[in-house]
Design a protein around this ligand. Structure first.
Ligand SMILES: [Zn+2]
Length: 441
């Protein structure tokens, strides 16, 4: 621990002045006060040291490789040990609701073979890692309870320039954890080191007669989404389907396709919404393939936005989808963004009517071609569907928790059929307007 000598000297000289001024006070009382002030200064400095983002001078430009990551220890002290090819540039911070400890790396990529090394150990119950922007990546450690960084040590391992970082976490109480976060927010912003903003891209010019369709591949980067029993990743399935649908759509009619992501990167829910808004999209389709507790449930489901979920299953799916930002180590979405505020908006009601109409049309086209869940048209409060003026649907293509669905979702044949039906639905949904545009001189 490093303490600023000047600060402590300052406290002592203040005390001396006070001693002279208030000479009637008994010496014992002053000593007690002195001890108290020194102690509280020490405590607040310790807390600050822990809460502050730790920046180290590292090499920039060159890609940093995380070669190994493991967790050792127990619930009284848990150590996270990371090994790097070069000196890492990193930031450390805490997040709550749920309690997490985050290591954010500049230009870092992960190349370690054994994921098992990151199993739940000590205070860590779960670890996720991956890219959150093109230059930042994170390791997000979900904590069993509130904990603080009690020690950190960055060591040069050998002559090759490899480094080892040891981070030690020890338990603290929730109120102390919250106060660490408060201090940190004033330093770093609510999302920790990287304040993730939607790119400042200008809205594209809207061309007459061309319909803009936003295709949103669910999850990505650090947020892998669901994992099937055969280890299929939701984020890969959604991206592949997004690209297939986009390609086919552009060939089928007067459509401009805009993708929220075209590669394996993390995109926050807010960024997805802002992107859709900037595009002045005519339709947004968000693609998913989640897991359910009920493993027997299978088949595609089309979700639209509703304040109140159509059923329990829809509510569960929405709750799990809305966790995406938390998984990536971002702050939970603002409560003020709640659907209740915008649901009152007449625009949204009109938009929802269109979303429902599209959902109905899609179910009709998919029926008999691919497997559908019982009651395939459902609704719930999905964050990604909250564009007030863009009709939006979230398609669960199937559920990775079901073995049969997993096999289909990853098969080229099934993908081809699903893509064909989705594209045909979009084309017929806009056909009246396409014809009207064509009739105009
Ligand atoms: Zn999903």
């Amino acid at each position: 621990m490093n303490f600023e000598n000047t600060t402590i000297d300052g406290v002592e000289s203040q005390l001396m002045n006070r001693l002279k001024e208030v000479s009637f006070l008994r010496v014992s009382l002053v000593l007690l006060l002195s001890a108290f002030i020194c102690l509280s200064t020490l405590l607040s400095l310790t807390a600050q040291t822990n809460a502050q983002a730790v920046k180290t001078k590292g090499q920039t430009g060159q890609k940093l490789v995380v070669q190994s990551a493991r967790i050792v220890g127990d619930k009284s002290a848990t150590r996270i040990i990371l090994e790097f090819t070069t000196k890492p540039k990193y930031q450390l911070f805490y997040m709550e609701k749920p309690n997490r400890f985050v290591v954010e790396l500049d230009n870092g990529k992960f190349e370690f073979g054994d994921d098992a090394a990151l199993n739940a150990v000590g205070l860590v119950i779960n670890t996720r890692y991956g890219a959150i922007t093109s230059s930042k990546s994170r390791l997000v450690f979900s904590l069993e309870g509130p904990a603080q960084l009690s020690n950190q040590d960055l060591q040069l391992k050998n002559k090759t320039g490899a480094y080892r970082l040891i981070l030690e976490l020890t338990p603290i109480d929730q109120s102390k954890f919250s106060s660490l976060i408060e201090k940190q927010i004033s330093l770093l912003g609510a999302s920790g080191g990287t304040v993730i903003k939607g790119g400042r891209v200008r809205s594209p010019e809207k061309k007459k007669g061309i319909f803009t369709i936003v295709i949103d591949a669910g999850h990505g980067g650090i947020d892998g989404g669901a994992i099937g029993s055969r280890k299929s990743l939701e984020k890969r399935i959604t991206l592949k389907m997004a690209m297939l649908i986009g390609d086919a759509l552009q060939k089928s009619g007067p459509f401009k396709v805009a993708y929220t992501r075209k590669e394996d990167v993390f995109v926050s829910l807010k960024q997805r919404l802002n992107f859709t808004k900037r595009q002045h999209a005519d339709l947004m389709i968000s693609l998913h393939a989640d897991t359910l507790k009920q493993k027997y449930v299978r088949g595609a489901t089309i979700y639209t936005l509703a304040k109140k979920a159509s059923d329990k299953l829809a509510a569960e799916v929405a709750a799990s989808e809305n966790l995406s930002d938390i998984v990536a180590g971002l702050a939970a979405p603002d409560a003020k963004d709640d659907v209740t505020d915008i649901l009152a908006d007449l625009t949204l009601r009109e938009t929802t009517r269109y979303s429902r109409a599209f959902s109905k049309a899609l179910v009709k086209k998919l029926k008999g071609k691919i497997n559908l869940i019982k009651n395939p048209q459902r609704s719930a409060s999905f964050a990604v569907l909250k564009s007030p003026d863009v009709p939006s649907v979230l398609v669960e293509l199937g559920y990775l928790s079901n073995r049969k669905d997993e096999a289909l979702l990853t098969s080229d044949k099934w993908q081809k059929i699903a893509v064909k039906q989705i594209v045909a639905t979009i084309l017929s949904f806009f056909q009246t307007r396409i014809n009207a545009n064509a009739a105009q001189p």
